[in-house]
Ligand binder design. Structure first.
Ligand code: GYE
Length: 306
């Protein structure tokens, strides 16, 4: 008898790298730059990457819903920037049981190590430490300051605060943190909280540390409206390195930004591809970043891409 024809190879429904990404929202210029980096990379690689992108509008429950729908779709890898650190165990366990690796992008989650493949992002404790050293330098190691915290419960806020406050307590006994309050990583809230600090403490305040540049840009407006000079009467140190803060530094209205890199798209998809191929990846893929001061802001500005 004639040999049976070979079975046609079963074709996978989608041979692209299928990735679900649950983004936090659009709270800051930094966040927008990260979203663009991810969407741009996927767009450039449309033949090989299928990106499902969800915007959670700042709500953990929306991120959890998005992750569940990615599990139902059977994506290859799920990425997310967890809005807060806690509360992920159940949904990450569902992903694990479905055999879908989780990649944490830019913010950490407080879960057992076996529930995620890797964290791609910055060392926020170090950013806080660097922020404290810069503030001490600006104030000659002595003075009264206020702190604008990021979103309550976010790893970027928890760790920047810890890094900053611990470094001040350990190395700069003559610097006093008068007050510390959340501005939710937004410009509008940063302005609002700074207004209330100025009402309470007035010209006692000699410096502000903000967990991101957007809140500082809001605080700068509040300081100006109070008739004081930001960057001169009140020194500023914030995190991220967005263009707006370089413009403020070049104009003499801000002093320092501690860079945090949002351009994580390429690293993210390269990591997803490795995970799909069954390769193991490092548990923490660290971003490289620097500290930028007002003195070089005008020169630095044209080189900033976000
Ligand atoms: O600093 C802030 C943003 O998670 C590192 O989130 C990120 C932070 C960033 O909204 O601007």
């Amino acid at each position: 008898a004639a040999p049976a024809p070979a079975e046609p190879a079963a074709k996978p429904a989608n041979d692209k790298l299928v990735v679900g990404f649950a983004q936090i929202g659009q709270e800051s210029g930094w966040r927008d730059a990260e979203t663009q980096s991810i969407q741009f990379y996927a767009g450039q690689n449309i033949d090989t990457i299928d990106l499902k992108f969800a915007d959670a509008q700042q709500k953990q429950e929306n991120q959890i819903k998005a992750i569940k729908s990615f599990i139902d779709m059977g994506v290859d890898v799920i990425g997310l920037a967890p809005v807060v650190e806690t509360g992920w165990d159940a949904v990450f366990t569902e992903a694990k049981e479905a055999g879908i690796p989780i990649v944490l992008v830019d913010r950490k989650a407080d879960v057992p190590e076996d529930l995620y493949a890797t964290f791609i992002g910055s060392d926020f404790i170090k950013e806080g430490n660097d922020g404290a050293d810069e503030m001490a330098r600006l104030l000659d190691n002595k003075g009264k300051i206020v702190e604008l915290e990021g979103t309550v419960g976010a790893s970027a806020a928890n760790d920047r605060k810890k890094g900053f406050d611990d470094q001040i307590a350990a190395k700069y006994p003559d610097i006093e943190i008068l007050a510390s309050q959340t501005g939710d990583f937004t410009r509008a809230k940063g302005k609002e909280v700074m207004e209330s600090f100025l009402k309470t403490y007035g010209s006692e305040i000699q410096g502000v540390f903000a967990h991101n540049d957007d809140m500082m840009l809001g605080a700068i407006e509040a300081i100006k409206e109070a008739g004081l000079k930001p960057g001169v009467d009140i020194k500023t140190v914030s995190c991220d390195g967005v263009k707006g803060i370089f413009e403020a530094m070049a104009a003499g209205e801000a002093n320092v930004t501690v860079e945090c890199n949002p351009l994580l798209g390429p690293q993210f998809f390269e990591t997803c591809a490795k995970l799909k191929a069954g390769e193991t990846v490092e548990k923490w893929i660290k971003s490289e970043e620097g500290v930028y001061r007002a003195e070089t802001a005008a020169e630095d500005l044209p080189n900033r891409v976000y």
